[in-house]
Write a protein that binds this ligand. Structure first.
Ligand code: AMP
Length: 379
């Protein structure tokens, strides 16, 4: 019996455990809190990721380790890697944890990125804002997620407020300033690389964010073949450079028909949740196959799919379940402002049918603002 250890016990670990059950896998999840939602389906070890005793107990009980959470300290991943196979490898995790290191690697690999610079003092921020120009965004290098740890500098008059908000973190998690990209669209490549180097990507996905948090995803993203091929080529080059094993996402902006990389996520990704029902093999199953050295499944998709995120609280599920290809995911979490508590996936054989289903859901749930941009793209 193979036991997969997952560091982090949120909805990603929960969905990994659900899809791994059919492969006959056992799981052990480690999280810092006792009510981590993956603990409803897999044994949960509660402990701090820096606690070597807890990590040693975890290592002793598993055959292979992986992540639901990219901010596991890189040293803890290194420590664990001395005792058990860890995929993706700790270096890949460390690169993805630091926006400056990550963007520098993109640039080194010839993956286009917007202007960016490290900031360690107020003087440097002033100098870089003058160089890059406003608008720009000041972000923490590490530990930011879902738009947290970011401050938009609209004009140079905002620099004081930006420094007040994030300056204290310059010496702890570090800061980076990035040019604001006036993009038309956001897309992501969700891809998997096996232990033997085999690379597969699911169809390009288009994403819509609200307040920095993913609101909706559509696959396949309507895009020309050249753009799609370029996005896949960037993802493949990145995976190879990091000797990456498992699923990851590369988030990209589309501006005037050109791609600019934003960030990578070294794990299964919210913009790949639609693969559960919309693809031959889901990102969750393929991640497990990859880390276990099993053959990868096909990433072919079936028709068109849209994922809608439920943030803060779940709406009524009735309208989604009433759809012929409506699927409901409740993460078993308590409602809380800003928290991802579930999602729905709608699948259809044609773009027009999918738009129709989205309209019905939007009306029934009073969520036209969430579905309208996706409908516009489909029609
Ligand atoms: P991030 O945490 O970097 O993924 O940022 C969350 C969201 O904020 C992104 O998906 C974009 O919608 C927006 N954003 C982040 N960085 C930039 C940027 N440099 N220019 C424009 N929008 C951005």
């Amino acid at each position: 019996m193979t036991t997969v250890g997952i560091l982090g016990g949120g909805q990603l670990a929960r969905m990994l455990a659900l899809s791994g059950a059919s492969l006959g896998l056992r799981f052990l999840v480690m999280d810092t809190v006792a009510d981590a939602c993956a603990g409803q389906f897999a044994p949960l070890l509660v402990g701090d990721f820096r606690d070597e005793r807890a990590l040693a107990e975890f290592a002793a009980k598993i055959d292979v380790a992986t992540f639901d959470f990219e901010n596991v300290p890189a040293e803890s991943a290194e420590w664990l890697a001395q005792r058990a196979p860890v995929f993706p490898n700790p270096r890949a995790l460390a690169v993805a944890q630091d926006r400056l290191v990550e963007k520098s690697l993109f640039r080194e690999l010839g993956i286009p990125v917007g202007e960016f610079a490290a900031v360690s003092s107020r003087g440097e921020l002033d100098a870089q804002v003058a160089l890059i120009g406003a608008p720009c965004i000041l972000k923490t290098r590490r530990l930011g997620y879902d738009g947290k740890g970011q401050f938009r500098i609209r004009t140079r008059a905002d620099v004081d407020a930006a420094w007040e908000a994030l300056g204290p973190q310059a010496q702890t998690v570090g800061l980076i300033v990035e040019a604001f990209i006036p993009f038309q669209r956001e897309v992501s490549v969700v891809a998997v690389r096996g232990r033997d180097g085999e690379f597969r990507a699911w169809p390009l996905t288009e994403n819509w964010h609200v307040d920095g948090v993913l609101s909706a995803s559509l696959a396949p993203a309507p895009a020309d073949a050249a753009l799609t091929d370029a996005a896949f080529a960037h993802a493949k080059k990145l995976a190879e450079a990091l000797d990456y094993v498992g699923v990851f996402a590369l988030e990209l902006f589309v501006k005037d028909g050109r791609l600019l990389a934003n960030e990578m996520a070294p794990r299964v990704h919210n913009s790949g949740h639609w693969t559960f029902e919309g693809a031959e093999t889901s990102q969750f199953e393929n991640h497990l196959r990859a880390v276990l050295g099993l053959p990868l499944g096909s990433t072919r998709m079936l028709g068109h799919a849209c994922m809608l995120n439920w943030i803060g609280e779940l709406p009524s599920r009735d309208a989604v379940l009433a759809e012929a290809s409506g699927h409901w995911h409740d993460y078993g979490k308590l409602p809380r402002a800003g928290r991802k508590v579930g999602h729905a996936t709608l699948r259809a054989d044609s773009a027009v049918e999918l738009a129709g289903a989205l309209r019905r859901i939007g009306v029934a749930l009073g969520r036209m603002a969430q579905v309208a941009p996706v409908m516009d793209r489909l029609l």
